[in-house]
Write a protein that binds this ligand. Structure first.
Ligand code: SF4
Ligand code: SF4
Length: 150
């Protein structure tokens, strides 16, 4: 068929529309029905950080060694601590983690000697403000606050 006739009869358009309509059948639809259906993330996916607590006594596993903060190439972790004069051990007071600068490389998690810091499979990290991306110790231990305006 000559090119001009092909263009005149809109053959390419019709062929394209045929492809489109052929894939309208529900069996071809791959849209995930999020949030009703939760997508499965890869086993090794690294998402929201969590500061683990000891399930037996409810105390943090973090020993405030600062190794995660030193390992982080973005310097986004800030660990606050005080030294207990009786035990001579450092005790965690504050912990902040700026998610907006995190590249989820996992170096902080690897550096932690007591598995206190963990990057979980939770991928819902959106917030309306930059401040909402800075997770404090409570958020890291209990999960992000439910408010949509954080
Ligand atoms: S995952 Fe990487 S960038 Fe994010 S806090 Fe840990 S070390 Fe830093
Ligand atoms: S490396 Fe682990 S134990 Fe040390 S300050 Fe970070 S989270 Fe706490």
């Amino acid at each position: 068929m000559p090119e001009w006739l092909r263009r005149f009869l809109l053959i390419d358009l019709i062929q394209g529309m045929l492809v489109t309509f052929r894939t309208q059948h529900p069996k071809y639809i791959n849209t995930e029905q999020y949030p009703e259906e939760r997508p499965r993330v890869a086993e090794r996916y690294r998402g929201a950080p969590r500061l683990n607590i000891n399930p037996e006594n409810g105390e943090t596993l973090c020993i405030a060694c600062d190794l995660c903060a030193i390992a982080c190439p973005e310097n986004l972790i800030v660990v606050g601590s005080v030294r207990n004069p009786e035990t001579r051990r450092k005790e965690l007071t504050t912990f902040t983690y700026d998610l907006s600068r995190c590249m989820f490389c996992g170096l902080c998690e690897d550096a932690c000697p007591v598995d206190a810091l963990e990057l979980t499979q939770d991928f819902e990290l959106a917030s309306f403000t930059r401040e909402g991306q800075i997770w404090d110790r409570q958020m890291l231990e209990e999960g992000p606050r439910p408010s949509p305006y954080r």
